[in-house]
Write a protein that binds this ligand. Structure first.
Ligand code: PSV
Ligand code: MN
Length: 424
């Protein structure tokens, strides 16, 4: 469904006066407000095709109705989100959950919604119908060459779909590992995996990147063959200049210092992709910023510091994607909240008085360093984020608009109450 332009304007006009007041007040408090607005407008976060339906756990799934039934409807949903927030101008496909039957037509449809195709995602963590070999004991790490070949072939096929859609990266997340001591020879598993990744790497077009995503545990609980940033870095360093590590916020052991990991990967020129979500215990895939917004802010501080040090573009030199999914919220409302949380954390990190922070660090003034960081974190930057959204042509308050214009109800009316999206 497309939102009528006049309903957006009506919503924005209603909020105009109070927004102006708040925005003018905030603007006078910030040194580089116009520059930040520009950066916020440019900063786009890709939506994964599997986040548009209600996620489940292994105990069940409670679908909410009106979920997209096809890839076309998923593109429609991301287009709708983008129309509201002007910050999600890209979609990331998971193959085989979302195989484009007619890639050319899908590409045109996406462009009509102002969307491009972000990283492609392969899937060798589930067996598909009619698949020759099983991934029960891993894919690229597998002791059987037939399984490894099949997994490589699948990844090459995913790259091929991506080429037709105009994507320029592939994310490889492997569930490979072991559940029990003795099950696996770690060295051989690593070497097989490296060999497979090398073959996939060799199939990359010149202007493509490969992201190697790590995860500490699940579905394997004793070892993971790409279990942490050190292992991912080993692979990507051996692979070559088109290979990068991808950080998924939920893939660390509890209390890991993710901001430090981000900083060092950037220092090495090896951070290429990012999956946003939030968690309390493990890979909880909760709404971004719902549990630990301070950590998200500290991560953005390191991202900006590290990217600026390498003269990287915040908007285009990193693959930004949401990777969240759970079973209690409306998926579109959840994504609206996640995008807002990302934008807020990014804006807060841009507001940090970095000169004062550097000075405090040089003087070992620990107290002042904390004050500088927290002055930015405690600033209410929502008018800044709203101003950027309004200038880009979005709505003042996406969540309020989504509810007052009864978007979900309309989707249920056209797609039905029992429509269930493919994915997790
Ligand atoms: C694995 O937990 C992961 O983070 C990978 O990015 C997958 O592609 C995605 O979630 C969906 O399973
Ligand atoms: Mn992920």
């Amino acid at each position: 469904m497309q939102i009528e332009g006049h309903t957006l304007s009506r919503h924005n006009e209603r909020h105009f006066a109070s927004h102006r007041k708040r925005w003018e007040a905030l603007k006078s408090d910030i040194r580089n407000a116009e520059d930040i607005v520009k950066k916020l407008i440019e900063f786009q976060i890709a939506i994964p095709s599997w986040a548009l339906g209600t996620g489940g756990t292994r105990f069940g799934r409670f679908s909410g109705g009106g979920e997209p039934r096809t890839l076309e409807e998923k593109i429609e949903d991301v287009g709708l989100l983008h129309q509201l927030n002007k910050s999600s101008g890209a979609i990331s496909l998971h193959i085989p959950w979302d195989i484009p039957k007619d890639p050319k037509a899908i590409r045109i449809l996406a462009a009509q919604h102002g969307l491009r195709f972000d990283a492609m995602n392969s899937n060798t963590f589930q067996d598909q119908k009619d698949q020759k070999h099983s991934y029960k004991f891993g894919s690229l790490q597998h002791v059987n060459k037939g399984v490894r070949d099949q997994a490589v072939e699948h990844n090459l096929e995913v790259i091929d779909y991506g080429k037709q859609l105009g994507s320029n990266s592939i994310t490889v997340w492997l569930s490979d590992g072991s559940c029990f001591p003795g099950q696996l020879n770690f060295r051989k598993a690593f070497q097989h995996t490296l060999e497979g990744l090398q073959r996939i790497y060799n199939g990359l077009p010149d202007d493509w990147k490969i992201f190697v995503e790590y995860k500490a545990f699940e579905p394997n609980f004793y070892s993971m063959t790409v279990g942490d940033w050190g292992q991912s870095l080993l692979y990507v360093q051996k692979l070559g200049p088109k290979a990068f590590t991808l950080v998924d916020l939920g893939h660390h052991l509890p209390n890991a210092n993710i901001e430090q990991i981000v900083s060092l990967l950037l220092m090495e020129g090896k951070l290429g992709g990012f999956h946003f979500n939030d968690s309390k215990y493990g890979d909880d895939d909760l709404t971004v910023g719902s549990i630990n917004p301070y950590q998200l802010f500290l991560i953005f501080n390191e991202l900006i510091e590290g990217m600026d040090a390498r003269h990287m573009s915040h908007a285009t030199d990193m693959g930004w994607m949401i990777d969240a999914s759970h079973n209690v919220k409306d998926p579109l409302e959840d994504l609206i909240q996640s995008i807002e949380a990302i934008k807020i954390a990014y804006a807060q990190a841009l507001v940090i008085d970095s000169d004062a922070l550097v000075k405090a660090q040089q003087q070992n003034d620990v107290v002042l360093a904390q004050e500088v960081l927290q002055a930015a974190f405690r600033m209410d930057v929502r008018p800044l984020v709203a101003e950027a959204r309004l200038r880009a042509g979005g709505v003042y308050q996406p969540l309020e608009f989504f509810r007052e214009s009864k978007v979900r109800e309309q989707l249920i009316a056209t797609r039905g109450k029992k429509a269930i999206a493919t994915g997790l």
